[in-house]
Design a protein around this ligand. Sequence first.
Ligand code: FAD
Length: 455
Amino acid sequence: MPTAAVAGSPSVDWPAFAAALGPIPHSLDPPLVKQKSRDFYWYSPILKHQLKGKFGDIVVTPRSEDDVLEVARLCVAWGVPLTVRGAGTGNYGQAMPLEGGVILEMTGLDRILSLDGGVLSVEAGKKLADLEAETQPQGWEMRFHPSTRRTATIGGFVAGGSTGVGAINYGLLRDRGNVLGLRVVTLEDQPRVLDLRGDDVLKATHAYGCNGIITRVELPMAPVQPWADVIAHFPDLASAMRFAQALCVADPIAKKLVTVIAAPVPQQFFRSLKDVIPGGRSVALCMVAENGLEPFEQLVADHAGGVCYCKRGDELAHVTPLYEFTWNHTTLQALKVDKSITYLQTVFSPGRHVETVLQMADHFGDEVPMHVEFVRLNGEVACFGLQLVRYTTPERLQEIMDYHEAQGCPIFNPHTYILEDGGMKEIDAVQLAFKRQSDPHGLLNPGKMRAWWES
Ligand SMILES: Cc1cc2nc3c(=O)[nH]c(=O)nc-3n(C[C@H](O)[C@H](O)[C@H](O)COP(=O)(O)OP(=O)(O)OC[C@H]3O[C@@H](n4cnc5c(N)ncnc54)[C@H](O)[C@@H]3O)c2cc1C
């Protein structure tokens, strides 16, 4: 057993490490290792440049928590970095190994352990679509899910995501009560399994896998609703925004998704909806309970709009889910047409969100086409902007972000892979203290947590 290997150094004898893994599935095959070293970092022209040469050395695919513990033990013993991977759909290079080493692909841990009274206990590598395929027949669905529902894992969502479809009802992952418990494997000298409950879950939530390997997640679920996918169109962005706000506060109309996208984005970039959305119109893309469709249509008419698309029941099986045009999928649809597009992540705070969105749309015009998701922030309706940006230079991108911040619209910078520089902009003392305990050698996803190397 080697004792002094340097993390990520070429001195690691990878075939010997692979042999030490014994029966735990793994691969040193270069094309596979390359493929599993990627996520959707290329959404950002900045990250695309910074991360293009970053790859791991070996892919390991544990089948159980015991396998995870054994890989953790080996990584500590060999001084090898470990980057956890779910489905690799993160946007900021979160799952990309900066210092090589093990890529721990969690998709083999895919069992639902229990679903009792609307509380789900599930292994971290379970894909979200598979998860709901099992829970929906029992009457339960996820409170919210990323628009990557069809590909992402639950562990990756908790460790790398923030919220998504359903945010208008339940807010964000970090809101107390949305994650009830996590089981986490540490990279201590003797790796352990820790059970985090209550506010302790925040020690590993949205920590990019720097604080431990999540093996199990406990979540409260929502009762299943028959949702309809509906697109309403409006003469201008202002009418679409005012409609969306009115819908969000119309409590009798149940909804799961309220997205507003300004013209000409749908017409220019939503290829499969090109015959559906009238020219020049801004749109609201919504998921509305079937029993709310009638009052929904009245509300649309009150705002000078019309409904141009409505799919419900069995029809939904034959079309792309509408949520795949929303959240970060809006940017993906645009990137399919125009590779120079990138995006922002902006908070438009409760109270003045509608007018601020309209001001920003006026200010930047077609350089920053408006796209917002309506969410509930601490109980109040607000908007998250995922505006598109017609990218020119890094300097101009920074100017655009600075202008938003100066106008009181915080940016969650999607053009950095560093945890703190994205959202919180400050050291999370609780997460840092937990990392010191759970990963004393700094082997987990090294280079992502600024607090670690600055403390
Ligand atoms: C088109 C598109 C749309 C998206 N829409 C949304 C959205 O609506 N909302 C949203 O929040 N995000 C969204 N994302 C980002 C991403 O898809 C989600 O956050 C998703 O849940 C990540 O899951 P994953 O399994 O792909 O995780 P990965 O990308 O594999 O990992 C994400 C991070 O979590 C870590 N990680 C993964 N599994 C574990 C584990 N078991 N233990 C510890 N750490 C772990 C990884 O190291 C990495 O840092 C979108 C991305 C794309 C490309």
